[in-house]
Design a protein around this ligand. Structure first.
Ligand SMILES: Nc1nc2c(ncn2[C@@H]2O[C@H](COP(=O)(O)OP(=O)(O)OP(=O)(O)O)[C@@H](O)[C@H]2O)c(=O)[nH]1
Ligand SMILES: [Mg+2]
Length: 427
C-alpha cells in the first residue's frame, strides 16, 4: 500500500474539467462552481487544458452522463492531451471506475481534489492524521479502480485472477489503518482538551475566526494581534488552529483562534476528520465569520459556512459577520453585503479600515461572555462574597462543605478579581 501520510501528488499534469448544471441548481451556479474547481485544480499545480459545462437532465447510474456525451468528452479530453478528467459533481465509486475503464485516463471528482490539497498542505502530525483518515474513508469503496489516488501508479486491484484476494487484503489493511488513525485522533482531542482547560483556569473569553477559504482569516488574526501566522493567496493555507491573545481596551483579554477554511461541497469525511481541530469553533464564546466581499460569490460562501457550522453543532453561536477586503470590493458588492447582513461590519485586514469597530464589538461580546460563571468561595471569605454581590447578579448561592457555591454573571473587567474562585465557566 502507498503511504497515505507522506504521498504527494506528482504524476498527473493536465486536467480536463467537467462541470454540471442541473435543473435544481440556480442559474449560473454550475458555471461558478466550475470556475472554483479550476482554482482548486490549479492549487494542485495541475494545468487545466479545458473546462466544459454539461447540462444534466437525468443522471445515469453507470456514468452520471449519457454514454454518447461521455464518449464525446473523452475524445475531447484526449485531443487536448489531458491525462486526468476532473468532475465537479461527486462520482460514485462505480461511475468513477467506469469512466476510467472507458477513457484509460485518471478520473477524479472535486472531493478528491479537495482531499489532495489538504494532503499537500498538512504539515503537523494532527493535520496529517486527519487528512489521512479522510482520504482512507474516501478510498475504501474505491480500491478496485485503476488509480487509487493522484499520487499512485496504477493500482493492482482490478487485475483479475488472484485480484479478489488482493482486494480483500487491501480492504482489511485500509480498515485497520482507519481504526488506528481514529484512536490516535482521540489522543489529539484529549491533549487539546487538557491544554484548553489549563488556559481556561483563568476564564479569558475566546472567539474563533471562521469562513470560506481565502477570506482573510489568518490575515485578520495577524493584523489584530500582531502575529505572523502564514497568510497566503492559496486555498486552504491554514489547516491547524492557531490561538493568539488580543488585548482590548481596558486590558480586556480575548483569545482568538484562526481555523481551517470551508468550501462548497467539502467532503463530508473531511469535516468529520477535522472535528478535532474544529473543536475550537464549538467551544468558542463567539465566532467572527469572515467573508471576502471582493469575491462576487460571497453570498454562497456565507451560506456554505453557516451550513458547515450547523453540521459541527455550532449553528446557534453568537456570530459577528465581518465583510473583509472592502479595499478591493466594488460599491455594488458592498451594497450587497449590506443587504445580506445589515449588522455586518465592513473591514479591511490589509488597510486596517473598520478594525476599531470590530474591536469594540469584540469587547462588548467578551465582556458579556465571561459573565456567566460558577464560583466556589472558601467559607471564611465573606469579603469576597459581599464583593461579588456588589459586582454582579447572583443567580444561585448554596452553602456546601467546601465553601459557598455561587452562580452568576459578573463583568469581565473584574475577571482578575474573581478568577481564583472560578470552578467552571457556565454557558
Ligand atoms: N485586498 C485585500 N486582500 C486581503 C485582505 N485580507 C486578506 N487579503 C489577502 O487574501 C489572501 C488570503 O488571505 P489569508 O489570510 O491567507 O486567508 P485565509 O482565510 O486564512 O485562507 P485559508 O487559510 O486558505 O482558508 C492573501 O493573499 C491576503 O493577502 C484585505 O483586507 N484586502
Ligand atoms: Mg488561513
Amino acid at each position: 500500500m502507498a503511504d497515505f501520510l507522506t504521498d504527494k501528488p506528482t504524476q498527473l499534469e493536465r486536467a480536463f474539467l467537467v462541470g454540471i448544471q442541473t435543473d435544481t441548481m440556480a442559474p449560473g451556479e454550475g458555471a461558478e462552481l466550475l470556475l472554483e474547481l479550476k482554482e482548486l485544480v490549479e492549487n494542485l499545480r495541475l494545468r487545466v487544458t479545458n473546462s466544459v459545462l454539461v447540462n444534466l437532465r437525468r443522471p445515469t447510474p453507470a456514468l452520471l452522463l449519457g454514454s454518447g456525451k461521455a464518449e464525446e468528452l473523452i475524445a475531447q479530453a484526449k485531443a487536448d492531451g489531458a491525462d486526468v478528467i476532473v468532475f465537479d459533481e461527486a462520482l460514485s465509486p462505480a461511475q468513477q471506475r467506469n469512466w476510467e475503464e472507458m477513457s484509460g485516463l485518471a478520473v477524479i471528482d472535486r472531493q478528491e481534489v479537495i482531499l489532495e490539497i489538504f494532503a499537500d498542505r498538512a504539515h503537523t502530525r494532527e493535520a496529517m492524521l486527519q487528512v489521512a483518515l479522510a482520504r482512507m474513508e474516501y478510498s475504501l469503496p474505491r480500491l478496485t479502480r485503476a488509480w487509487t489516488h493522484l499520487s499512485r501508479q496504477r493500482g493492482k486491484g482490478a487485475m483479475g485472477g488472484e485480484g479478489e484476494t488482493q482486494l480483500e487484503q487491501d480492504r482489511r489493511t485500509v480498515r485497520d489503518r482507519i481504526s488506528h488513525l481514529k484512536r490516535e485522533l482521540i489522543n489529539v482531542v484529549q491533549q487539546r482538551d487538557v491544554q484548553r482547560r489549563k488556559r481556561q483556569r483563568v476564564p479569558v473569553p475566546t472567539c474563533a475566526i471562521v469562513g470560506y477559504t481565502n477570506a482573510g482569516k489568518s490575515t485578520l488574526l495577524n493584523t489584530l494581534t500582531g502575529s505572523e501566522v502564514l497568510a497566503a493567496n492559496k486555498l486552504f493555507a491554514t489547516l491547524d488552529p492557531t490561538t493568539r491573545q488580543l488585548v482590548l481596551r481596558g486590558n480586556q483579554k480575548l483569545l482568538v483562534t484562526d481555523t481551517v477554511g470551508f468550501i462548497r461541497r467539502l467532503p463530508h469525511g473531511l469535516v468529520e476528520a477535522f472535528k478535532a481541530t474544529l473543536e475550537e469553533v464549538v467551544v468558542a464564546d463567539f465566532l467572527l465569520h469572515i467573508l471576502d466581499v471582493s469575491n462576487p460569490n460571497f453570498e454562497q460562501h456565507h451560506a456554505t459556512t453557516l451550513a458547515v457550522l450547523a453540521e459541527l453543532g455550532a449553528g446557534d453561536k453568537t456570530i459577528v459577520t465581518v465583510f473583509n477586503k472592502v479595499d478591493a470590493a466594488t460599491p455594488a458588492l458592498i451594497q450587497r453585503a449590506r443587504q445580506l447582513e445589515p449588522d455586518g461590519l465592513r473591514v479591511s485586514a490589509r488597510t486596517r479600515a473598520g478594525l476599531d469597530k470590530l474591536e469594540t464589538r469584540c469587547l462588548e461580546l467578551a465582556t458579556d461572555t465571561v459573565s456567566a460563571t460558577e464560583l466556589l468561595v472558601p467559607p471564611d471569605r465573606y469579603d469576597v462574597i459581599a464583593r461579588l454581590h456588589e459586582l454582579g447578579q447572583i443567580h444561585e448561592q448554596e452553602h456546601t462543605d467546601d465553601g459557598v457555591r455561587i452562580k452568576g454573571r459578573f463583568p469581565a473587567t473584574q475577571t482578575g478579581y474573581f478568577a481564583p474562585f472560578v470552578v467552571s465557566k457556565a454557558k
